[in-house]
Design a protein. Structure first.
Lengths: 346, 295
């Protein structure tokens, strides 16, 4: 008996150590991606020049490239990756469905519709768009998520996960078709702008975008992390969660709201990058298992690595215009996802 | 003072009060409905403390509904549920979770979760914020694993277990909740004969050795009669009869509850009543012919 207990303890320590190593590994990978990303682009900056510029010894041109073009874009891609991954992780936990992603709550569809409406009325290049678009996208996503929640809500039993998913799919499809109808009416320049947004290009990133995104993440990430045990319990199903003393519907509503806010603020800045919220949680779950205390941080890291790597690759291939990051994420993500499906036992 | 003016009223109030104190759960005029469909109309049920109670009844009779309502998973349309004499609505859900655990029918564990991790979730009602498991929590988890004979499986993933083992894991989680009262919705479904006994014997031991009150919905009448001290027969959301297994396992009660004609004997090995054979009750209506008319 004693022997068995010691064996269990040893095994648990081994797992804890492995998880720590995985998290540190992900963090190192992120740093690597960050460094490579700084060096690549239309104008190549060798590592030595990059380093010199970073510490204030760069020429005007190097400063411009690094601080005004590249760094904000890299930082945005990291933040967006982390935010979308966290959001996806929450939704998969709350919906108890591993195929759920933030798009399910109509975030991409709602934000996309608002972007189109805005472009239709004000044009793609009006002065205001850089500042207003994120808020409009946020607004559109929030309203859509609210509608989906209200439609899926049933008195007495709250929002059953399956009903949430089906309602989400339906509303999303409706909004997408509405968006398509509107796209047809766009002028050429407007059309370009909208399709680029939909493909998820981290467009025109500058420090303002970082500033627009950072507060949301700084506010929401600690909140979500503090809810990791609630997420664990919700994962056991509504009935068990009730039995364990979770206020199921209230927690679900709060977590979904946090998830919407996270994803919407990211989508508003980066355009519609859809695969991260699906893939990153999957990846993280395979790495560290289903407990959210370790899953959530790992998930944020894998998401950040995924998007920043995708963004770097997107910049290298197909120069000078580059491929939108969202498409690059999908190019990387889709095969991985097919691999997952092929391996799964169901 | 008012009590003394009416002797009968006083006695009634007194017995009611005593019943409430002796019962760990009591319902008063409980009504439950799904949407507009009234499943339970006006249920007055008392579950004795420290005993094993089995709720029996035909499919769709509302027994699971009653269990879930008592376990505050479903909200009643009307009426009251008392937990150890307290109005359950006055307690926070975490307070309830420290007094009562309820296991739904065939719960699902997330893929990759180990036995030890799942059982540790049973400590949820005692944790707040970002707390880690305290040494005390760990002791309780180790104890729950030991009682359910799961210590050797602590680091195994729940997905890799057999049905009987899995049911034991969920019971261990409920034990880690350290509640005096455990409700179970058909804990033996999908289990083969030996696993059914294994689970029920575990519950029996928990009751006899630690005095935990067990309430379970059971399909198998003979198992219910064998392990329960007290049985409640329900049909259409109403109690047909309640009492010791000997009072429930009678031709008359089973006829009323299940519409069957049952033959009951006392099983020599357990000394409990057992239904050895039964028939559907033939009513006078001619049944539809199974033969197709070829003319």
């Amino acid at each position: 008996m004693m022997n068995q207990l010691q064996k269990n303890e040893a095994h648990k320590r081994k797992i804890a150590l492995r998880n720590t190593v995985i998290v540190i590994g992900c963090a190192l990978l992120l740093m690597l991606s960050f460094i490579i990303s700084m060096n690549t682009g239309y104008t190549k900056l060798p590592p030595s020049d990059t380093l010199r510029t970073l510490f204030g010894g760069g020429t005007t041109r190097e400063n411009l490239i690094l601080f005004d073009f590249r760094l904000p874009r890299i930082v945005v891609s990291i933040l967006v990756g982390a935010g979308l991954a966290l959001s996806g992780c929450i939704i998969q936990g709350v919906a108890k469905n591993a195929l759920a992603d933030p798009g399910l709550l109509g975030i991409n569809a709602g934000a996309g519709l608002m972007v189109i409406l805005y472009v239709l009325f004000f044009g793609a290049h009006s002065f205001l768009s850089v500042f207003t678009l994120p808020f409009l996208a946020l607004f559109g996503a929030g309203v859509t998520a609210g509608i989906i929640y209200a439609l899926a809500f049933k008195k007495g039993e709250g929002v059953a996960p399956l009903r949430l998913i089906l309602t989400g799919v339906a509303v999303q499809a409706g909004l997408s078709s509405l968006t398509t109808v509107l796209v047809v009416k766009l002028a050429d320049t407007q059309f370009d702008f909208v399709t680029t947004w939909q493909a998820g290009s981290i467009w025109a990133s500058n420090w303002k975008f970082v500033l627009a995104l950072l507060p949301w993440l700084l506010l929401l990430t600690p909140y979500v992390l503090s809810k990791s045990r609630v997420l664990d319990v919700l994962n056991l199903g509504d009935d068990v969660a009730h039995s364990l003393g979770a206020t199921v519907e209230r927690e679900r509503r709060r977590l979904l709201a946090a998830s919407v806010a996270l994803a919407a603020s990211c989508v508003a800045v980066s355009g519609s990058i859809s695969f991260v919220g699906l893939i990153a949680p999957h990846l993280a779950r395979r790495l560290v298992g289903p407990r959210h205390r370790i899953l959530l941080p790992t998930c944020a890291l894998t998401g950040a690595v995924l998007v920043s790597a995708a963004d770097t690759i997107a910049r290298v291939v197909a120069q000078p215009a580059g491929i939108p990051t969202g498409i690059m994420v999908a190019i990387i993500g889709a095969p991985y996802f097919l691999y997952l499906l092929a391996r799964s036992r169901y | 003072m008012a009590r003394r003016t009416s002797f009968i009223f006083w006695r009634e109030a007194d017995t009611n009060e005593r019943m409430m104190n002796l019962s760990s759960i009591a319902t008063e005029n409980l009504a439950v409905s799904y949407e507009d469909n009234l499943v339970v109309n006006s249920l007055n049920m008392q579950i004795p403390q420290g005993k094993i109670t089995a709720i029996i009844g035909p499919n769709g009779c509302g027994k699971s509904t009653v269990l879930k309502t008592v376990g505050r998973i479903l909200k009643p349309k009307n009426g009251m549920v008392y937990l150890n004499g307290d109005d359950i609505r006055r307690l926070t859900t975490k307070e309830v979770a420290q007094k009562m655990a309820i296991l739904p029918q065939s719960p699902q564990a997330p893929a990759g979760l180990t036995v030890g991790e799942l059982v540790a979730y049973g400590r949820f009602p005692y944790q707040r914020g970002l707390d880690k498991l305290k040494p005390e929590d760990k002791k309780i988890i180790a104890w729950a694993l030991e009682v359910t004979k799961l210590t050797e499986l602590e680091i195994t993933a729940v997905d890799n277990l057999s049905g009987g083992q899995r049911q034991r894991v969920w019971i261990a989680m409920a034990l880690a909740q350290q509640t005096d009262l455990i409700l179970l919705d058909e804990p033996t479904t999908y289990l083969d004969l030996s696993y059914q006994l294994e689970v029920l014997e575990l519950l029996y031991r928990l009751n006899r050795e630690q005095g935990r009150t067990i309430v379970m919905v059971l399909h198998d009448l003979n198992l219910a009669a064998r392990f329960a001290d007290y049985m409640v027969a329900i049909r259409c959301g109403d109690i047909i009869c309640h009492g010791a297994p000997e009072e429930i396992m009678t031709t008359k009660v089973l006829r009323e509850t299940f519409r069957i004609d049952a033959q009951i004997i006392i099983e020599p090995r357990t000394g409990r009543p057992t239904c050895i054979s039964y028939d559907l009750i033939k009513d006078n209506k001619p049944s539809a012919s199974l033969k197709t008319d070829s003319t």
